[in-house]
Design a protein around this ligand. Structure first.
Ligand SMILES: Nc1ncnc2c1ncn2[C@@H]1O[C@H](COP(=O)(O)OP(=O)(O)O)[C@@H](O)[C@H]1O
Ligand SMILES: O=P(O)(O)OC[C@H]1O[C@](O)(COP(=O)(O)O)[C@@H](O)[C@@H]1O
Ligand SMILES: [Mg+2]
Length: 343
């Protein structure tokens, strides 16, 4: 009987458990597969730390946030125990025929390297940032947008009551999709994204024009937003597990600047991990389940080096090369169109 190992890697994302369940149900019911789950991302793969995944283990997990397998930013080539040769030994010991890596751009880059080193591996795209180019949407994004939209709605009522300017910071390292969708959905007066620097003067002009017609300004800013004179996004929290700067905090810089330059009392809120945790939306559960079923079919066909993806309404198979190294940013024409009605 064919046996496959699943891992979840990188930042967690609502819908990961729906993928795990969809894979196991399709694989056991349709293809007669067996599955195990590697704990804590590539760490479990490197150390052969795995748990059996059968129908009873995945019962009812689609509606749970996070991942029952745990996740990490541990790299599969991390010394002294990482590397393809050690991983091959672990796979052989566990009797595993192939690996399903659920993750974002970094995970797909790592999976691609493992493939080149002879490990049979396929991928499932995951990111709340929705910045993977090879797929139209990733699960988790819809949930994050719902949470961020509700946050804007809530900030507006308190902002209106006090006649304050409210600034909400959402996630988005390289791409401002969450900021754009939540900002447009909730009718924010300015949306600031990593793709398009905006000057403080311009932001204050929007804020002032809102105030001048008797409204309370609402600004949504992505964590990766930069003023024109910034080379890198604001970071003051050190590095993450993969040695990248941890972002967050630009709203705390922006709010006092707006207050100083406009005279409007301004408050900042950083939404943080609330937008990544908790129950996935119905849409994300459906996409996660479809991805899971499709990746089970993919390993049944032994099409290594491919990732499942959503194109229009279809689930397709794309090579890792299409998934790696291309960030899906907000098109500047779309931003410009939205920007025309800021203020
Ligand atoms: N180019 C790469 N080569 C090998 N491993 C990588 C590469 N890029 C990322 N990784 C590993 O994959 C992990 C997951 O990537 P990361 O960007 O953190 O999350 P995500 O997969 O969600 O984008 C990283 O923490 C790192 O250990
Ligand atoms: O606090 P953490 O886990 O480092 O995650 C923060 C990052 O997670 C993200 O959602 C993206 O995660 P990945 O790096 O795993 O793709 C970013 O928006 C954010 O910068
Ligand atoms: Mg990433």
């Amino acid at each position: 009987m064919a046996r496959f190992g699943i891992l979840t890697s990188g930042g967690d994302c609502p819908g990961l458990n729906a993928v795990i369940r969809g894979t196991v149900l399709q694989g056991t019911s349709v293809h007669d597969h067996e599955y195990v789950g590697f704990r804590d991302g590539f760490k479990g793969l490197v150390y052969g730390d795995a748990m059996d995944l059968d129908r009873s283990v995945v019962r009812g997990i689609s509606q749970q946030g996070g991942t029952i397998l745990g996740t990490s930013r541990f790299g599969p080539y991390v010394e002294p125990d990482g590397g393809a040769d050690n991983i091959k030994v672990a796979l052989e010991r566990l009797g595993i025929d192939g690996v399903i890596a659920i993750g974002g751009d970094g995970t797909m880059a790592a999976a691609n390297r493992l493939l080149e080193d002879g490990i049979p591996v396929v991928g499932v795209p995951k990111t709340i940032d929705n910045d993977l180019k090879a797929t139209d949407y990733t699960f988790g994004f819809n949930t994050a947008v719902e949470i961020a939209t509700e946050a804007v709605d809530r900030l507006r009522t308190t902002g209106n009551s006090h006649k304050r300017c409210m600034v909400l910071e959402v996630m988005g390292r390289h791409a401002g999709w969450i900021a754009m969708y939540a900002g447009v959905a909730a009718g924010a007066h300015a949306i600031l994204i990593p793709e398009q620097p905006e000057s403080l003067e311009q932001i204050c002009e929007w804020v002032t024009s809102v105030r001048d017609r008797g409204r309370s300004p609402m600004v949504v800013v992505a964590e990766g937003f930069k003023f024109p004179d910034m080379d890198e996004a604001h970071s003051h929290k050190g590095m993450d597990g993969f040695n990248r700067p941890r972002l967050g905090g630009i709203a705390e810089i922006l709010a006092p600047l707006i207050e100083e330059h406009t005279g409007i009392e301004t408050r900042a809120t950083v939404l943080g991990h609330i937008q990544r945790g908790g129950v996935p939306s119905a849409w994300d559960r459906v996409l996660g389940t479809r991805f899971g079923q499709a990746v089970s079919d993919l390993v049944a066909d032994r099409e290594w080096g491919k990732m499942v993806a959503l194109r229009g309404t279809d689930i397709v198979r794309v090579p890792f090369s299409e998934a790696v190294g291309h960030t899906k940013t907000v098109p500047l024409e779309y931003y410009a169109g939205s920007r025309a009605i800021f203020g």
